[in-house]
Design a protein around this ligand. Structure first.
Ligand SMILES: NC(=O)c1ccc[n+]([C@@H]2O[C@H](COP(=O)([O-])OP(=O)(O)OC[C@H]3O[C@@H](n4cnc5c(N)ncnc54)[C@H](OP(=O)(O)O)[C@@H]3O)[C@@H](O)[C@H]2O)c1
Length: 332
């Protein structure tokens, strides 16, 4: 079968399309003939050896897929060959076939196309776990989302609206803000795409404060980090919750006195580990996401599709900060 392989650490240009043997489904595992693979920022990190998990080479990137069940290992219940499914988290998704634990494999409704199914669980699962399990976002609260047109960011915008929050979306370009508005954002803030000096950081805090209103943001969803984090934290409301989701702009350091002044919480989010440690709660979350999808209240914004042989270009879109919504690799 064909797979897009990382044979040495490096950027997307180091990936090579190659023929490798088909994987075999072991006990408790499912093999899926992949139709689509969602692209996520961790794909960019893992091929550079910058992710928290290191895989033995060669490996294919790709942490979420959709496709058709092709073989079952022993002891798998509730799935049959031929079922339409998504699988996430998974390893090696940019390939014609992939094997993963049955517990990470979910049947998808007939009405869900493969590209959307491959763009659903990793992003929406992360954002839902962050907003509901970790921050307990409530209807009527103000949610500030950074990187609001990215994968997890746009999912947080949609889920925030589904919960009934007032959503302030922040991103680096007007086109990204327009996408966030299309998906329900009530208010937008454009921030510079470059490092912030003191004056720019203060000005950004003022813009966040004025967009969030007199009581500040009750919840802040931050998949970006870097200089943006402190500016955003300064706009949090009394007893607010600050969600640490990712660091596409770098890992920030914060003056802790800011947490005392607002009596606020800084909350870590690690969805992959959550799915492994709390599988029952995770299964409940997946059911809730499927219901929201079928009700039309969430919908992955797949803006670009690439064939497998151009999977490196798909990952390069995220690396260049050019992606909007979700980029998906389609596999024959
Ligand atoms: N905690 C978890 O469990 C979990 C799960 C999934 C993903 N994540 C993390 O969440 C983050 C976002 O992942 P994603 O898949 O949603 O990525 P994505 O679609 O590429 O979105 C990331 C956003 O980060 C912003 N950004 C700021 N500086 C950037 C830079 N130098 N290069 C690229 N983007 C930059 C961009 O928005 P602007 O241009 O508008 O700033 C971009 O839209 C990553 O750090 C990822 O590892 C965490």
């Amino acid at each position: 079968m064909r797979a897009l392989l990382s044979r040495r650490p490096g950027g997307p240009e180091t990936l090579e399309l190659d023929e490798i043997p088909e994987p075999v489904a072991g006990s408790g595992q499912v093999r899926v003939a992949v139709r689509a693979c969602g692209v996520n920022f961790p794909d960019l990190l893992i091929i550079q050896d910058l992710y928290q998990v290191k895989l033995p080479r060669p490996f294919a990137p790709g942490g979420e897929i959709s496709g058709i069940v092709d073989a079952l290992g022993t002891g798998v219940e509730g799935l049959r060959v031929g079922d339409r499914v998504l699988m996430s988290p998974v390893r090696g998704g940019m390939a014609q076939k992939v094997v993963g634990p049955a517990g990470n494999c979910w049947k998808i409704p007939d009405a869900m196309p493969f590209d959307q199914a491959a763009a659903l669980l990793l992003t929406y699962g992360t954002s839902q776990h962050a907003l509901t399990d970790r921050a307990q976002l409530m209807s009527g609260e103000t949610l500030l989302v950074l990187g609001a047109a990215g994968g997890v960011g746009l999912a947080a915008v949609q889920l925030g609206k589904a919960i009934g929050a007032r959503v302030v979306a922040a991103a680096s370009t007007e086109a990204k803000l327009a996408l966030a508005r299309e998906h329900g954002a009530d208010e937008t803030v454009q921030y510079p795409a470059v490092a912030l000096d003191k004056a720019a950081a203060r000005a950004l805090t003022d813009r966040f404060k004025s967009a969030c209103g007199a009581n500040g943001a009750q919840v802040i969803f931050d998949p970006v980090g870097g200089d943006y984090t402190e500016s955003a934290l300064r706009a949090i409301g009394w007893q607010g919750r600050y969600l640490v989701v990712g660091f596409t702009a770098g890992i920030p350091k914060l003056p802790l006195n800011l947490t005392l002044l607002k009596s606020c919480q800084i909350i870590g989010v690690f969805w992959g580990e959550f799915t492994a440690r709390q599988p029952r709660q995770h299964a409940g979350n997946v059911a809730a996401l499927m219901a929201l999808y079928l009700e039309g209240r969430i919908k992955p914004a797949v803006t670009e599709r690439f064939p497998l042989q151009r999977g490196m270009d798909a990952i390069a879109r995220l690396a260049a900060r050019d992606a909007r919504g979700k980029v998906v690799v389609m596999i024959e």
